[in-house]
Design a protein around this ligand. Structure first.
Ligand code: MG
Length: 393
């Protein structure tokens, strides 16, 4: 039986994790829940899973949550704001903390969880991309496990079981190609938020679905793979695989290639992160290769999707540059989702902000350096986007 604390319980990752916990009550117990502002769903989750501690980021809505669960006995500890999030992350009873919060907001709670000795089921890639120079040494220092819940990194992690470190030559990250993979490049200038949110294969949150449409998601995953598996950027390649059945592959030194396959269902990588190193028997639909019929692959189009190259460049620059790239992307995507800028403004704004960034502490940035870089990049994108916002309204 593993005790789980869940950050971002009302989001896509959070609700799927709770589906797993509900399905396997003899394997998993929920001890902590943290959500942003969806009081109604959080209250329902508290009733169903009876955690010990609950946090709501939006402190103004705490009375509403209190009222919604007033009849429960015993009452969980109720907290609000960033401090509440951190308390849920370091909950004494938790064995594993699932980080399902969107964006760099997951960084401080993840650090708190590591310092409290918790294993991390990493469903928030931004944490590692921005914070790796600080997070990775802490993972080592506190001897905790960083278990990837991202489908590609779970695939690589699964393939790597039993492979000696010297045996790995190359990582092949598969990409669905996102919402616009079959759209001609010249049509990208006119696409809307609604178009971009129609992902062909995966049901995910809004931010990551836009990242999939720009292929920044894949670029961020390249950086994530570099940090998780200690592989050079030259040894991480992207291949477009429209069916999303192969979730990624590894090539070994003898040219053998190993892949992990499954339906495009986030519950599988989540389950493995939670059950590692065990395998839990499920009644989920088994993969049917005959039904799928064919698996196809193509070269990624870097002209159409410049975000992949921006991510490789930021990853190679190292230091705070991945944090700058990530924050610029988060800000640009937020502006796009608010219909303030156009789709093609996203890569332009990110590139300009990365170009303007003056690296302070290249080799070994501190947490303060990273947070300052993150903050600077968000403000820089906001400033740079002003003329674009004026032009579209
Ligand atoms: Mg992924």
């Amino acid at each position: 039986m593993k005790a789980l604390s869940l950050l971002g319980s009302t989001g896509s990752i959070g609700t799927q994790t709770l589906d797993i916990a509900a399905q396997y009550p003899d394997q998993f117990r929920i001890v902590g829940l943290a959500a942003g502002r969806n009081v109604e769903l959080l209250a329902q989750q508290v009733r169903q899973f009876q955690p010990l501690i609950v946090a709501l980021s939006d402190a103004d809505k705490l009375p509403e949550l209190k009222a919604a669960i007033a009849d429960l006995s015993p009452q969980p500890t109720l907290l609000a704001g960033q401090e509440g999030l951190i308390e849920v992350a370091r909950c004494a009873e938790a064995d594993v903390v699932v980080t399902g919060i969107v964006g760099c907001a997951g960084l401080l709670p993840t650090i708190a969880a590591i310092k409290a000795g918790k294993d991390i089921a990493l469903a928030n890639k931004e944490t590692l991309i921005a914070g790796a120079p600080v997070v990775l040494p802490l993972v080592k220092q506190y001897s905790v496990k960083l278990l990837p819940a991202d489908s590609e990194h779970s695939a690589i992690f699964q393939c790597l079981q039993g492979v000696p470190k010297s045996g790995l030559r190359r990582i092949l990250l598969t990409a669905s190609g996102g919402s616009f993979r079959d759209l001609p490049t010249e049509k990208l200038a006119q696409v809307t938020v609604a178009d971009a949110l129609k992902h062909p294969n995966w049901t995910m949150g809004r931010k990551i679905t836009i990242d999939s449409a720009t292929l920044m998601n894949k670029g961020l995953e390249v950086i994530e793979a570099h940090y998780l598996f200690g592989v050079d950027y030259d040894q991480i390649a992207i291949v477009i695989h429209p069916q999303s059945i192969i979730h990624s592959l590894i090539e070994l030194e003898d040219t053998s290639v190993l892949a992990q396959l499954g339906w495009a269902d986030m519950r599988l990588p989540l389950l493995y992160a939670l059950s590692y190193p065990d395998r839990i028997a499920t009644n989920w639909e088994p993969l049917d290769l005959v039904k799928i019929g064919s698996l196809t692959f193509r070269e990624p189009d870097h002209e159409k999707y410049p975000c992949m190259q921006l991510a490789y460049a930021a990853g190679r620059a190292g230091g705070c540059m991945p944090a700058v790239l990530n924050a610029a992307n988060e800000q640009a995507v937020a502006l796009f989702l608010d219909e303030k800028i156009r789709f093609l403004d996203i890569p332009r704004l990110i590139e300009q902000t990365c170009d303007r960034y003056q690296s302070q502490n290249r080799s070994a940035p501190t947490l303060e350096d990273i947070l300052a870089a993150d903050d600077w990049a968000r403000r820089d994108v906001l400033t740079a986007s002003q003329p674009l916002i004026a032009a579209t309204h």
